[in-house]
Design a protein around this ligand. Structure first.
Ligand code: SF4
Length: 866
């Protein structure tokens, strides 16, 4: 290839759905930039999106179909899958098979999966990892609006005077949207309220942070409902014209005095009142919510408690106002449009409705149609475990890590008679259980559409040659469907599938369903620009999708959560995505957080004898994991926070979801992934280690957490037993025969060594009885270079000023030490000045809050010293 080509596509990570310009260079490399014309991001990208070009290597890819680990041709693999599924259906009925798919799917993939399972196999046993992300929002929308319709769009966040962020670490999990909000705030003085048990980066930027007790959101919003009504803040005209059911909801909120809310939420009455007053007086108010609301045993009630307050005040369907579900997955919304959840049909038609079923069956010319909802994610794997599912096809997701009670999921997969996994890599925990592995196209290769959180459909376009024999997911499924003898799967392109999906949204749709994509029918698929269905605000006309066109108030119940031990909260960190199958390939994305960790309050750490940076065991009767202690007052006593990303691919004995129960919301089926009861105990490490190596290193010792470097890898480790001979141990475990020089300390746990290849640093290892204190970032940069061995064994540069410290700003590669040095010399520097001088925060901007924290800490320290 000699010419540079730029392709307009979409980021595959979060539900913001940023437009991306991918430029294929003449040398084959790919550069990534934000698409200035995309209405989701206007040219901005976050650290994850900016690093997409570094995830495109083929080293980790699954390149060929495999059966029981042996390479086979596509025909053989396809026939085997078709045969096994057909036999299971013939012998045990259609409900004996299941698909578990993914919000990473393109809409066209989702459409084919749903059509095959519901219309041709005749079961609704197709669920998706989006169940873990936003099923409660879907259920809440359906109860209130009659359909799963998001009322807002992103510009509402910029036009609101008050933005309430609840259960959402916006600054880290939807960084580009957060930057849009921050920019608007600078201009119009938007007030931000954050409702979150933790003091997250988002909470630090808020005007008011309500650190509520876990799972007390319903109490808070029921109290707000009562407050608004009793103070005459209801929009009576709107309520009368556009809503049903006020009386019952008033009754349910009746007892929620400020005092009672304060007790339930663990807050001071003044804090509650401050929030209620602010909400009451601000008509342009958006309440944005994410996983902290959805991933709960009362997730659907939380969603409706929020919506109730917006309906009562008529703050919906208007500029800068509304309840706004922000999804985690890139195409959770596209999956909802085509019915990719077990309790949906397609195109917002209902599986329980016989007329709808008949219309879809007729449209598909399908031999049958699923007559009832299928198994939702947790129930689906329960059915796999107890033998009801005989054949399971998992596509583009890693449930052995991401589902709650992950050991149970692994057990279920092990017992399942036939497991097919299609994915871009075989290096997932789930793939280890596959009888058949099918290589799917990855981002940059596949072609289709996605829909973001504001209902905006965008094209995701291919610009790379597919690695190995990978195929589009829709094509893999179509080939299996044809091999099972089904017609209706003869598509030759994603455009044909999209066209069929668009036409289905118009079937039996006389304006009764807002999801009507008919306007797209004559548009060219190849050049399709991003566009929103339902208009900017689908409820601007005050018409909802219920039988009488009115929205429904839904009475909601607060369930107090009793916890004897510590409550484990889980979530994402700034620079990683899901189980790290892609972001885990990018060295700089480990600069912010390098290994599995648990945030714990200073009080609990002291009570449990846990030292900062030591290792802790998080355990309950479902399992245990090891993680580094991050002692922080951002977490209240009685709670701990553990990111959900790490798995055995990156660390032994990791896996946050091992501790999670299968408790779920009774309506949405969404698992309660933010509250497990756990205990913590110090891991009695006899020694801690840190190493870097040009060659790949892997160890099965108790704790071994690895991350890639630009050259080689780095690892953190620890063990309960002290080696008898360090040289022999390190040689056997990590270094091979590379060790050239070593030092044994006076303490038997202290040891340092290095290895050289042709005078270049090939390996270095440091052990201590305490967490190892060396200049990691500097050492990592020395790997592969000619070095001074004494300097390496010292673990830090001998000249001052060379160590930039751990990377705080992944976009611009700026380290903490660089920022500290500037702040130390310029005590009164503003955030802007620090960012301009060091470069930190000048990329996506999501680290600016942490830079601000460093400035404040230095100023506090300086003032105290003066
Ligand atoms: Fe991708 Fe970041 Fe945009 Fe989300 S905010 S779509 S992860 S670039």
């Amino acid at each position: 290839m000699t010419v540079e080509t730029t392709t307009r596509t979409t980021c595959p990570y979060c539900g913001v759905g940023c437009g991306v310009l991918a430029t294929r260079k003449a040398d084959g490399s790919v550069s990534i930039a934000g698409d200035p014309d995309h209405p989701a991001n206007f040219g901005k990208l976050c650290s994850k999106g900016l690093a997409l070009g570094e995830t495109l290597g083929t080293a980790q890819r699954l390149l060929f179909p495999q059966v029981q680990g042996a390479r086979v041709g596509w025909d053989e693999a396809t026939s085997l899958v078709a045969d096994k599924f057909s036999k299971a259906i013939a012998e045990h009925g259609p409900d004996s098979v299941a698909f578990y798919v993914s919000g990473q799917f393109l809409t066209e993939d989702y459409y084919v999966a749903n059509k095959l399972m519901k219309g041709f196999i005749g079961s609704a046993n197709i669920d998706t990892n989006s169940r873990l992300c936003m099923a409660s929002a879907v259920a809440g929308h359906k109860r209130a609006f009659g359909a799963d319709i998001v009322p807002c769009n992103y510009s509402d966040l910029e036009e609101a005077d008050l933005v309430v962020l609840t259960g959402s670490n916006f600054a880290w999990c939807h960084p580009v949207l957060f930057q849009r909000l921050q920019t608007a705030r600078e201009k119009r003085g938007t007030k931000i309220v954050v409702i979150d048990p933790r003091r997250t980066a988002t909470a630090e930027a808020a005007d008011l942070h309500l650190a509520i007790k876990p799972q007390s959101d319903v109490a808070l919003f029921n109290g707000l409902f009562k407050y608004l009504y009793s103070r005459g803040e209801a929009d009576c005209a709107f309520v009368a014209a556009h809503t049903n059911g006020l009386a019952e909801t008033l009754l349910a909120s009746h007892g929620w005095t400020i005092e009672k809310v304060a007790n339930a939420c663990g807050l001071a009455e003044q804090e509650i009142e401050a929030f209620y007053k602010l909400f009451a007086k601000t008509s342009k108010a958006v309440t944005a919510f994410s996983m902290g609301v959805n991933q709960s045993a009362s997730g659907t009630d939380k969603v409706n408690a929020i919506i109730n307050c917006h309906l009562l005040t008529g703050r919906i369907g208007k500029t800068g106002a509304g309840p706004f579900s922000i999804t985690g997955q890139p195409n959770a919304m596209g999956g909802r449009e085509v019915g990719g959840l077990a309790n949906m049909l397609a195109a917002h038609l209902e599986i329980e409705n016989a007329d709808h079923r008949e219309a879809v069956q007729e449209f598909w010319k399908a031999p049958r149609i699923a007559g009832k909802a299928g198994l939702k994610a947790v129930d689906l794997f329960q059915a796999v475990h107890d033998g009801r599912i005989k054949a399971l096809w998992i596509m583009a997701t890693n449930p052995a890590v991401s589902m709650p009670n992950s050991s149970f999921i692994a057990e279920a997969l092990k017992k399942c008679p036939f497991v097919v996994v299609s994915d871009v890599t075989a290096k997932t925990e789930t793939a280890q259980f596959a009888h058949v592995l099918l290589p799917a196209q990855g981002w940059g290769e596949k072609d289709g559409t996605v829909t973001n959180s504001e209902r905006r459909i965008s094209r995701q376009r291919g610009f790379l040659q597919t690695a190995g024999e990978g195929r589009a997911d829709w094509r893999i499924m179509c080939d299996v469907a044809k091999a099972m003898g089904f017609h209706g799967f003869t598509y030759t392109s994603p455009a044909e599938i999209f066209d069929e999906h668009v036409r289905l949204t118009t079937v039996a749709n006389d304006g009764s369903r807002k999801l009507d994509l008919g306007a797209l029918l004559n548009q060219d698929y190849e050049t399709l620009p991003p566009q929103q269905w339902g208009g900017e605000r689908p409820f601007a006309d005050g018409k909802f999708q219920t039988p009488n066109g009115k929205a429904c108030f839904v009475p909601t119940r607060h369930e107090a959560v009793v916890c004897d031990g510590l409550t484990l909260n889980t979530g994402r960190i700034r620079d990683q995505w899901h189980t790290m199958t892609r972001t885990g390939l990018v060295p700089k994305l480990f600069g912010h957080r390098a290994e599995p960790h648990v945030e714990i309050s200073p009080l609990d750490a002291e009570r449990l004898g846990i030292a900062a940076a030591s290792l802790i065991e998080v355990h309950n009767d479902r399992g245990k994991s090891l993680a580094r202690a991050l002692v922080s007052d951002a977490v209240p006593p009685g709670q701990v926070f553990q990111p959900m990303h790490w798995s055995s691919s990156f660390a032994n004995n990791s896996g946050t979801n091992v501790a999670m129960s299968q408790q779920r919301d009774p309506i949405s089926g969404q698992p309660a992934l933010k509250s497990a009861q756990v205990s913590l105990r110090p891991f009695q490490a006899a020694w801690y280690g840190y190493g870097i190596s040009v060659e790949a290193v892997c160890s099965k010792i108790d704790y071994f957490a690895t991350r890639p470097l630009v050259v080689g890898q780095a690892f953190e480790c620890a063990d309960l037993c002290l080696p008898i001979n360090w040289l022999e141990f390190v040689t056997a475990q990590f270094a091979g025969n590379a060790i050239a020089s070593s030092v044994q300390g006076s303490n038997p746990a202290q040891f340092r060594c290095l290895g050289l290849t042709d005078n270049h640093l090939a390996f270095a290892f440091f052990a201590s009885d305490k967490p190892v204190a060396v200049s990691r970032d500097w050492l990592q940069q020395q790997l592969g270079k000619t070095v001074n061995p004494l300097e390496i064994l010292a673990g830090r540069p001998l000249a001052a000023g060379e160590d930039k410290g751990s990377i705080l700003c992944a976009c611009m590669n700026v380290g903490r030490n660089q920022i500290s040095r500037f702040i130390d010399k310029n005590h009164n520097a503003s955030l802007q000045a620090v960012c301009e001088a060091t470069g930190a925060g000048t990329g996506c901007g999501s680290c600016r809050i942490e830079v601000q924290r460093m400035i404040h800490e230095t100023q506090r320290f300086t003032q105290a010293a003066e």
